[in-house]
Design a protein around this ligand. Structure first.
Ligand code: DGT
Ligand code: CA
Ligand code: CA
Length: 573
């Protein structure tokens, strides 16, 4: 791994900040700052220059002393001097330098006077108005710092949709308990069904907003009340999730809902259209001069500017407005369209329940068919199936199919795609299955060439049907592995294979952007839950949301078909 100029500059920048806080020699500090600017603006890679043995001290503003340090950074990836210096400060001290309004000088004052050593402490001090009293600070700056600490926090941490969902449901029912609540809904990225949300944006209508807000701030799971106004409030829950509540009058509900659903860039694009028509649009309504001509219902917000209604999942300004103008919006798939689940585990590998239990639960959900896709044996961490075990499983499935009416259980497997692209189960077994789901479970860091070749090779196998969790990412935990998506799409299409949208809240893989691109490349999908126990069959919802964000219609998704149609569709060419 080579280190970039930008990373090197950042190290010197931190060094200068900390030295300044320590009150070191200003000339030395200025020398580092000058070097930062030079390095940021250089056209050549310092790493490369060091490897080639070029003398860096010839570069203006980089003296011998700094040249030596650059060499150290390039060779070791770090700077010992900075590490020692950092140890003399509280471990999260550097975070506060990222807050708007705080540079080294102010950080020093905060540290020396109030012992502020972390973002958390900074925020508490700002909230309790200890900061405005300090020399060089005032009320306005204190407020800016408070807002800044919230922003930094927000950028740093996003919550999985499913985690936010449980809080949204609880909050909505809590608010509805108040007699002062008329309509209550969650807007923001949550309503757009984004895979992660930064914060929760609640919207309510009320004739007594102040009373409703009073009720809101008494919600039991609140850790901290950030603001408590007449019509709006912001709180932080015990798990650090931020919740905004905004109250408006019923006659502005539609306009406010549209505004707070966003996305911001969608809103801006809609506002531009309104302006062209001589209209004004804001969170209270659409106005022609002084007269309000729309605002009570969200649908009017689109109709008034001459557009068809755009579903929240599409509101990212990624072509939906153009499509609405042309009457070419997709008719998005819904949960009710789904007739089966094609990726399920049982006790034959790492699932928690028997095949019969999984099948019964799926039948109760009204499904027509499911595929049992236990792991092949390759993965050391899961109890996978060898040839003998899968034969036993096939027999058990035959028995259950005879016994349990109203649902069909398909024989399948989640077979490992090995490093060389071969599959971890012999062809004579794969041939007997109704469906083959292939997946990558190891060697995530292969180069793009190798990773892509591996998957393409796997699809050479004529029994391969569906690529499960195609990019392998785990939200907040593991990056997607590096594959050439364009090549993958081409190959999937050419071979008559399909992509899975895996509905596990942590996976949601394929993501929305790739899903849309794959659809444009005429690829079809299955949405599957990868359930390891019956309750996880309900994850289908999340998969459908992701599919909707990827513009998928019923026709794009194979498990909306009957089994016989489905069977025809997966016949490989
Ligand atoms: P998040 O919370 O990061 O997951 O994303 P959002 O989309 O929920 O963003 P948030 O919570 O900052 O704001 C909620 C909505 O409010 C946003 O989607 C659109 C609207 N909004 C916020 N700021 C602006 C703005 O400056 N202009 C316009 N037109 N709309 C805004
Ligand atoms: Ca939000
Ligand atoms: Ca917000």
């Amino acid at each position: 791994m080579t280190i970039s100029n930008r990373e090197i500059a950042a190290i010197f920048d931190q060094l200068a900040d900390l030295l300044e806080i320590k009150g070191e020699n200003p000339f030395k500090i200025r020398a580092y700052r000058n070097a930062v600017r030079t390095i940021e603006n250089m056209g050549t890679d310092l790493s490369k220059m060091v490897t080639e043995g070029i003398d860096l001290s010839d570069i203006p503003t980089i003296g011998e002393h700094i040249a030596q340090k650059i060499e150290e950074i390039v060779k070791t990836g770090k700077l010992a001097k900075l590490e020692t210096l950092e140890q003399s400060f509280p471990s999260h001290f550097l975070d506060i330098l990222h807050v708007k309004g705080i540079g080294p000088k102010r950080a020093k004052i905060l540290y020396e006077n109030l012992k502020i050593g972390s973002l958390e402490e900074l925020r508490k001090a700002a909230k309790t108005h200890q900061i405005q009293k300090l020399e060089g600070f005032d009320e306005k700056l204190e407020h800016m710092i408070l807002e800044g600490t919230l922003l930094t926090k927000k950028e740093g941490r996003r919550f999985m949709y499913a985690v936010a969902e449980s809080h949204v449901n609880a909050l909505l029912s809590y608010l509805k308990d108040s007699k002062d609540a008329l309509q209550v809904i969650c807007a923001g990225s949550f309503r757009r069904r984004k895979e992660t949300v930064g914060d929760i944006d609640l919207l309510a209508t009320s004739d007594h907003p102040a009373l409703l807000i009073n009720h809101f701030v008494q919600y039991p799971a609140i850790k901290e009340i950030i603001s408590h106004g007449e019509t709006r409030s912001t709180v932080i829950l015990k798990n650090d999730l931020q919740v905004d509540l905004r109250c408006v009058a019923d006659e502005s509900y539609g306009a406010a809902l549209h505004y707070f659903t966003g996305s911001k860039s969608h809103n801006i694009a809609i506002r531009k259209i309104a302006i062209k028509m001589g209209l004004k649009i804001n969170e209270y309504g659409i106005f022609k001069g002084e007269e309000k001509i729309a605002g009570r219902y969200e649908k009017e917000m689109y109709k008034t500017v001459g557009l068809r209604y755009i579903e929240p999942e599409l509101r990212e300004n990624l072509g939906e407005i153009e499509a609405a103008k042309k009457g070419k919006l997709p008719e998005l798939i819904t949960l009710e369209d789904v007739r089966g689940d094609l990726h399920l585990h049982s006790i034959y590998s790492d699932g928690h329940n028997s095949i019969l239990e999984m099948a019964q639960a799926a039948k109760d959900l009204g499904y027509d068919y499911i595929a049992i896709t236990d792991h092949s044996k390759h993965m050391p961490i899961v109890k996978g199936m060898d040839e003998k075990k899968i034969r036993r499983q096939m027999e058990e499935i035959d028995q259950i199919n005879d016994q349990l009416k109203g649902i069909r259980i398909l024989k399948s497997i989640e077979v490992d795609i090995l490093e060389d692209g071969s599959l971890a189960m012999p062809d004579h077994i794969l041939k007997e299955l109704d469906l083959v789901v292939g997946a990558v479970h190891d060697k995530f860091s292969l180069s793009q060439d190798k990773q892509t070749a591996r998957i393409l090779k796997a699809m050479d196998n004529p029994y391969f049907n569906i690529l499960a969790h195609p990019t392998g990412r785990l939200i907040g935990e593991r990056r997607p592995y590096d594959i050439d998506m364009e090549l993958l799409f081409k190959d999937i299409k050419a071979r008559g294979c399909f992509l899975e949208i895996n509905a596990q809240p942590k996976r949601l893989d394929l993501n929305d952007i790739y899903t849309k691109a794959a659809k444009e490349a005429s690829i079809r999908f299955v949405i599957s839950t990868d359930a390891h126990e019956p309750s996880q069959l309900n994850y289908m919802n999340y998969g459908v949301f992701q599919a909707r964000r990827g513009w998928l219609e019923k026709n794009d998704v194979l498990n909306t078909l009957s089994w016989s149609e489905f069977k025809k569709s997966i016949q490989r060419i």
